[in-house]
Design a binder for this molecule. Sequence first.
Ligand SMILES: Cc1cc2nc3c(=O)[nH]c(=O)nc-3n(C[C@H](O)[C@H](O)[C@H](O)COP(=O)(O)O)c2cc1C
Length: 176
Amino acid sequence: MRRAITPTGRERKLEEESFIVSRTDPTGKITYANRVFMEISGYPERDLIGVQHNLIRHPDMPRGVFHFLWEELAAGREFLGFVKNLCSNGDHYWVFASVNPEYDPDKTTRGYYSVRRRPPDSAIAAIDPIYREMLRIEQGCSSKKQAPKESLNYLQELLSGKGVSYEQFVLDLYLA
Ligand SMILES: Cc1cc2nc3c(=O)[nH]c(=O)nc-3n(C[C@H](O)[C@H](O)[C@H](O)COP(=O)(O)O)c2cc1C
């Protein structure tokens, strides 16, 4: 059993020019982590390789976001989005992530890879209250299975009300 980590509320910032890179197998177990990932998350390589990527899942992150991530990957598409991650000591860091499938020559899915950069503070300020509302919806949902779908529904309705696609919304925030 993994030891539960208590969030400290302290934020770490990724350097402007840095990239966090990781790769996983088809089930989401980490197969590669670059040095920046190890440094900011506080985990040495031996604690990352072979471990599910949810090791760094922050409890403030709504499940609906990851539900959408896996839906996009299963459909062979790139996922773009803002993610708040948990460090080994409970601190957190925000990233703008691109997650993509990787294929073998025979076109079977070999796994996935992700590249993340530092998001602007304005993007974090915009996405944080939306994630909080998604989390509130999930916590109020009686069915654990239905909860991520309901919170994702909220996000999709919010964006369709603004007349903007999810991808355009996150790119506009990232490039602001
Ligand atoms: C390549 C790749 C990178 C991922 N990166 C992260 C990440 O940085 N943080 C995170 O919480 N989940 C990440 N995930 C998603 C996790 O696998 C997992 O779905 C998520 O943490 C939610 O955990 P849960 O499914 O146990 O609720 C990534 C998945 C893949 C395939």
